[in-house]
Each structure stands twice: as C-alpha cells, then as structure tokens.
Design a protein around this ligand. Sequence first.
Ligand SMILES: [Zn+2]
Length: 362
Amino acid sequence: MKQEHPDIKLDLSTFYTMCPPNFKKAKKRVYMCSICTKGEQSVNCLARLNLFEANKETKRSIEYEIDLYKDHLSIKDMQSAAYKACLDRLISNDCVVVMGFKENFKVDGGPVEIGARFYTKSQISDLGFAAIYIDSVGKKKYKYFNYMSEILSHNPLYVSDCLSDLFRDTFFGRFNRIHLWSDSRPHFRLQELLYSVFINLTNIFNKIFTLNYFTEYHKKSVVDGHFDGLLELISTFETTAAKSQTTHKDSVEVVFRIYRKNKSRDYIKRIIVKNFKSYMSFGMGDGIMDDSISTLSPNDYFLLKIKLHVRVDDRLTKMSIPQIPVSTKGPIELMGPNSQSTMDTRINMIHNIFGSSQTSFT
Ligand SMILES: [Zn+2]
C-alpha cells in the first residue's frame, strides 16, 4: 500500500484493521538441533532412494550419516535419563541448579511498541538459575534466581560473577552438594567455566560441585520454562528495583537481582582439558574428574590431565544503550550546558559571517 500511496499515514489501530485476517504474529524462535534435523532428512533420503538405481557409494555415505545420527540420539537419551535420575535421587543435602540465559529482551516489551514508549525501554539480559531441591517433607521444590543486567554480552565472566553471588545466598547454606546443569551453548561450554566452578567456587564455598551439560538444543530446560512467564513478574520487579548492587524481590520463590560488573577482569583463566567438549559431566575427586554421561556415580569418573591457562582478557562488554525516559509533561532537555555553549558560539559565528537570517528555518 505504501508503494501505491507513498504519502499515506496510518495510525496503529487503522493498520491492524487493514491487516489480512490470516496475518499471524511472529512466533517465538524455537531452537532446533541441527544434527537431528539433518539426521531426519538423511533417514527420509535413504527411504526414498531407489535401491536399484542408486550409486552404492551414495547409499553408503547416507548410511554413515544415519549411524552418526543414531549415536547422537543415544547420547541425548542417556544424558536426559541421567538428568532425570539426578532429580530422582535428590536428598536433602543436594541441590540441582539449572542455568540458562534468556534471549535479550526489552522490559515491558510486547510484540508491538508504540512511538515514544518504545524508546523509553532499554534492552536487558537475564541469566536464570532454577534451584531444585527436596523440602523437609520430601517434596520436590523449585526456586528461581534471575540476574538481570544491562550487560548484553553473555560471557563466562557474567556467569561466574553471578554463580559466586548466587551461592552466597543463605538459601544454599543447607546444601553440601550442588549439581550444576547447563545447555551447551558457547557461554557455558567453555573451559573458563571449569576454572570458575572447580577453582573459584570450590575455594570460596564449602561444597562439592559437579558441572553437567545437556546435549544441544533438545528440550526446553526448567529455566526456559520459567522464562516464559517471566515478563509478568518483571513488571513487579521494575517497580521495586532499587539502584543497589543486589536487589531482592523475594516472592513466589522467585528472586530478582541486578548484575553490574563492578570490576573488569584482567585475565581469562581456564582449565585446559583434552577433548573437553566430549565430556558431559565434571566433578572433583583427587583432581578434576570427567564422565561422558552424568552418572554422578564416583566410580564412573576418571581423573583428568589438566593444564591451567591464563591470558589477558581483551573481550569487549556489550552494554545496553541507556534510553532516556520521554517526558510528556515538562520540557525535554536537549543538551547539557557545555554543548549549549558550543552551539551558541557556533551560532554567533554564523551570525557574524552570514547575518542572522541564515540561521532561520523559515
Ligand atoms: Zn539432536
């Protein structure tokens, strides 16, 4: 319509009345495992293959890919079962902590933001932790911690700062063993996190930690499920958030905190493990131990040969652009005194050279 009538102006409600009825709102992006997607395609491809005409070599290479897909599925199933067993075996001293980043979002942002209101919202990130534990009567309970931040970089520094803060919470005082679970996206699947958990956290807190990874993109974790209902909770958070380092809004077993990086980290410290990404579970015995599936049974874990690696941290931190609330009542200050004075000087110079009429817009 804009092409046919370039001058046309529509307000938002008119725009919606003109939308065709079959126009659908964009759905939330769903992460698909690319290996499973391609694996299913390979299975279909083999089924369609005309066995009399097909080249043997082609058939063999499709079968090879399908074997890989089957291995991938069996690892996925075993690790899902291990997670379920970890929850089923929970005793009162244990806590499972599932962590995940929500995609960066605008506070109070819906699918549509109108005019000035859009610009008053700044983008934030949220690192969520779901603590799963057994209460005094043996019932499984969930408590959620959200670390919201204007820092949009989902890097291990954010994760490890929040983990250190998380376990300072008196809530975790009752647990001796903490089983950390995370997805395998790059901000968690790093040897830097091994250092944070098995050196930093282990030195600070008198607890036994394990670090476990879900296979990539398979199902929504308990934290992802929590994120779905989060935006409503955030409106409560917005009205209560103070400007302190940690702000608590403790109700319905959901805690909100603000994460501000208070000091820059000079070095990236990592524990280097050969074939790090092949292991799904890490624990601490006589040293750092690993297992290819999170059995959490000490006999299944092997001592790892590790190396410490330290390098200068030159990562840039991506920050949300601060957005100034638009006032609807009073004058809106366009610039500060220094900029005003600079502009006045410039205007005077223009007046002197061209005469005052040149600065008029009319
Ligand atoms: Zn998969």
